[in-house]
Design a binder for this molecule. Structure first.
Ligand code: DQA
Length: 137
């Protein structure tokens, strides 16, 4: 099975950014532990701060992967384009969030991804990604 994790804006700052909300681990170090844990799976990882790059990656991944684990970060709450890209592809997309977006500001309660996601995992810290991969396997 081939799974790609796609992370949106500001998630390159994990470890430094609001550590009380997002933790102190970098995504790169966490990704290594994921690869070791799920060594039967081909795991890839892509991060961009640019909406169009995320849309292009979602489109391309539909041909190259069996599933996407998507944390579109702030674009979750704003991007009709990313929502449409998720709707346009055939492979399953699991929406994940590190924080519990429903326990935060009301603008984080809206998701343009959710209506077309296979499932949604929020609020378990970086383990949200682990749970998403487990669910796909
Ligand atoms: C986030 C939640 C979003 O509301 C926020 O904009 C992020 C990260 C999360 O993983 O908790 O950047 O997607």
């Amino acid at each position: 099975m081939r799974i790609i994790i796609i992370n949106g804006p500001n998630l390159n700052l994990l470890g430094k950014r609001e550590p009380d909300v997002y933790g102190t681990a970098t995504f790169e170090s966490f990704f290594k532990t994921l690869q070791e844990k799920f060594n039967e799976v081909t795991l890839d990882y892509f991060q961009s701060n640019i909406e169009g790059e995320l849309i292009t990656k979602i489109q391309e991944s539909a041909s190259n992967f069996d599933a996407i684990v998507l944390n579109a970060a702030a674009y979750t709450h704003t991007s009709i384009g990313i929502g449409d890209a998720v709707k346009a592809i055939e492979i399953p997309v699991i929406e994940v969030h590190i924080s519990n977006t429903f326990a935060r500001e009301s603008f984080r309660h809206q998701s343009y991804i959710a209506p077309n996601a296979k499932g949604i995992i929020v609020g378990f810290g970086l383990q949200s990604y682990t749970l998403a991969i487990q669910s796909l396997i």
